[in-house]
Design a protein around this ligand. Sequence first.
Ligand SMILES: [Zn+2]
Length: 431
Amino acid sequence: SRGGDFDNRDVLSKILTLRAERAELLGFANHAEFILANQTAQTVDVVNRRLAELAAPAVVNVRREANDLQAMIESEGADFQLAAWDWDFYAEKLRSERFDFDANQLRPYFELENVLQRGVFYAAERLFGIHFEERDDLPVYQEDVRVFEVIDVGGTTLGMFIADFYARPSKRGGAWMNSYVSQSELMGTQPVVANHLNITAPPAGEPTLLTFDEVTTMFHEFGHALHGLFSAVKFPYFSGTSVPRDFVEYPSQVNEIWAIWPEVLENYAVHYESGEAMPRTLLEKVVSSQTFNQGFATTEYLAASIVDQALHQLTVDEVPAADLIMAFEEQALGAAGIQVDEVPPRYRATYFSHIAGGYSASYYSYIWSEVLDADTAEWFYDNGGLQRENGDRFRRSLLSQGGSKDAMSLYRSFRGRDAQILPLLERRGLN
Ligand SMILES: [Zn+2]
C-alpha cells in the first residue's frame, strides 16, 4: 500500500468496483447483500449488529490486556509505551509466567488410540448410542488408514468412517473432513466420510502422542463426520455438511466441547504407560490458559471482519479510489469503535487474501458459528451434559437435517430460541 512494485490498492479498488457492479446487475444494493442472501445471517443488518455487539466488549478487554503488558514492561525497568510490534513478545512472556507448564508434559496423556477410542468415539457413544467396529477386512488406499463401521442404536449400519490421521509427503497440509459418499434417500446411499489429519507418525514401535491442539482437532473434524453420518435427507444436494458457509463450522465446533468435558477428558487423558489420570493441576492450567490473550485475538479478528463488511457494503459510486483505500479502512475502524493502535486488524485490506478469494463479505462467519457453538455448549451444561436424551435432540433437530431447511430455524428448533452472545463472551473471557 506504499507505492512499491506490489502495491495492491489499485487492484483492490477494481475488484470492489466489479463486485459492486455485479451485485447491482443482479438487483442487490451491494456485494455483501448479494453474498449474505445465501448465508445463515441473510442480511447486512444482522451481520453489522452482531459484529458491533462483540466489538465493544472486545475493546474493553484488549485495553485491560494492554495495561497488563504495559505493567510488565515497566516492572522490567523499561520506559516506553507498548506498541503493536511489542504485543507478541510481551504476551508470550506473560503467558509463560501465568501458566507455567510445558506443552510436552501433556503428550503422554494424549495417546492417539486413547484419544480416539476413549475420547472421540466414547463421547459419541454416550451422546448418541452409536458404536464403532473396526473393519480390517476392507481394502484401504494407504497402509495406515483405518475404516470403522458405524452402528446405529438399533444395530443397523449407519455408514462408514475412514480415519486417515498421519502425515505423508503426498498429502495436503491441515485437517479436514471429506464426504466420499453422501447420504441420500432418493439415491439410496449411506454415508462414507473421512477425517484427514496431518499427525506426524512416530518411529516404529513408539506410541503416537498428541499435542492438545491435535486432540482438539480430532474432536473438531469428527464433528463434521457426525454431521455427514447422521444426515437423513432426501436429496444429495442437502446432505450432511451441505449447509451455508457461516453454519458449517458450527457442529464441528460443538463437538470440540467434549474434548474438555470432565467425564470425557478423565476417560481418555491417561498416561500411555502407567495408565494414571492426568494430574488435576495440569488439567486446570490447560483449560484456563484458553482465555489468555482473547481480547487481542477477538479484536484483531473483528477489526478485519468489519473492514471486510465495510468494503463490500458500498455501491459502485461509493467504492474508494486506490489512493483513498487506506483512509477508508481507518475511517471504518473508527466508526465501529475498534481502532486500537496497539492491535491492528489481523489483515489490512491490501493483503487480506480471504476477501480477495472465496471469503468476500464472509470473514464474519468464524465468529458467527462460534456464537452458536458457545450458546449450544451452555445448553448442554444446563441440561445435564453427556446424555442420550441431549444427543438425540441435537441429532434429530439439527444434525440429521443437513441443508434441507433454513439453518436458523433448525437452530431455534434445537435451542428453543435464537442464539445469544453472552456464552461466547464468557468463553473468551470478555464479559
Ligand atoms: Zn472445520
